[in-house]
Write a protein that binds this ligand. Structure first.
Ligand code: ATP
Ligand code: MG
Length: 347
């Protein structure tokens, strides 16, 4: 079992190092062995070889069973040519590995409930939502697209497109995820207005009828879904949606938990290795200060074990260790609460 490790920039190296310590422990405890190999991506790759995604890195990722990434970017590279920005490394590797499904669980750890933005009575109902976002299609990549002059004034347009096969494969990812959770999928679209959404809805219904009758399927318009997510997130288990709606809803779902340093993500393709990374960025303001919260990356390792290696027991072991650490009162600065113990750098 081979893991390609891409620490990247900023806090990336610090948090990945902690996540690998956890991986070692869990491997030793359960008699598993993982081979890890490190490669460059983002700003550190630009500094070393002049490009954000060296060919060696792509080759190593493709030769691995999973990829663990820290974060890329930082002010040092903000002023360079946009074509070689660190972020291009991340977009590039997603494309190379054909990662069409982005899974973002938004979980509120009960020990951190005080830090949640939602009302206490809503928090009491629980918050454990998985947003499954289509990552390689939709309005981000649809043709035709245009930016320029039309009828004597500036004009821009993009096109939201989905083929049946793209909808079917993301729907399958959502149904499979729901089977391992509470068995409910809410498909989010705008079928009252958009033709592409009507195709989306019909294909999701068809895939459900053919292969996933055991799952409870509902549909919601995206505007209502955005409202319901803050009104009562406990009504959702898995939400599946297209690229643009998913971008917005997954950030919203993450934000309501109130802890950017806690949330992991997985990006999955059909056969290629999955890529696992925290949802936060390289946090240049705290990089190198031993202040970063490593839990989002540690939980990304747990997602990796669950999705790429089918090791549910080991994944559960990491999640309960995170729970225990929180219960025992260990905190980094971003989630510090009265009466808790600050770990890492104490000023
Ligand atoms: P990107 O464009 O790469 O997503 P960003 O500008 O959105 O980056 P982040 O790097 O995610 O921003 O950081 C946003 C804020 O959250 C910063 O103040 C940062 O210090 C803080 N932050 C991010 N990740 C962590 C973490 N793991 N632990 C503690 N604080 C964090
Ligand atoms: Mg960001």
């Amino acid at each position: 079992m081979k893991i390609c490790v891409l620490p990247g920039d900023g806090i990336g190296r610090e948090i990945v190092a902690q996540a690998l310590r956890v991986l070692d422990k869990v491997a030793a405890k359960h008699g598993r062995s993982f081979e890890t190999a490190e490669a460059l991506i983002g700003g550190c790759a630009i500094d070393a070889v002049g490009v954000p995604l060296p060919a060696d890195t792509v080759a190593l990722c493709k030769d691995s069973d999973a990829v663990l990434l820290g974060a890329v970017g930082g002010p040092k590279w903000d002023t360079i040519d946009p074509a070689v920005r660190p972020e291009k490394g991340l977009l590039g590797i997603r494309k190379e590995l054909k990662l069409f499904a982005n899974l973002r669980p938004a979980t509120l750890f009960k020990q951190l409930a005080d830090a949640c933005y939602l009302r206490p009575d809503i928090v009491a109902r629980g918050l454990d939502v998985m947003v499954v976002r289509e990552l390689t299609g939709g309005i981000y990549f649809g043709e035709p697209r245009f930016e320029g002059m039309k009828d004597g004034e500036r004009f821009g347009s993009n096109t939201m497109c989905y083929h049946e096969h793209e909808i079917r494969r993301i729907a399958r990812v959502a149904f499979e995820a729901a089977r391992k959770r509470s068995g409910r999928v809410c498909s989010v679209d705008k079928a009252n207005v958009l033709d592409v959404s009507r195709v989306w809805r019909e294909v999701v219904i068809d895939e459900h009828a053919k292969n996933y009758k055991d799952i409870e399927l509902t549909h919601m318009y995206v505007d209502n879904a955005a409202m319901q997510l803050v009104r009562d997130p406990s009504q959702f288990d898995v939400m599946v949606t297209g690229n643009l709606f998913g971008d917005i809803l997954s950030d919203e779902a993450a934000a309501i938990t109130g802890s950017i340093g806690m949330l992991p993500s997985a990006s999955l393709g059909e056969a290629n290795p999955g890529l696992y990374e925290p949802i936060h960025g390289s946090a240049p303001d705290i990089a190198g200060k031993d202040k970063a919260n490593p839990l989002a990356t540690i939980l990304s390792v747990s997602m990796m074990l669950r999705h790429s290696f089918d090791m549910a027991v080991e994944a559960d072991c990491i999640e309960s260790a995170v729970q225990q650490a929180l219960e025992q009162g260990y905190r980094t600065g971003d989630i510090m609460q009265p009466g808790c113990r600050l770990v890492g750098c104490v000023e």
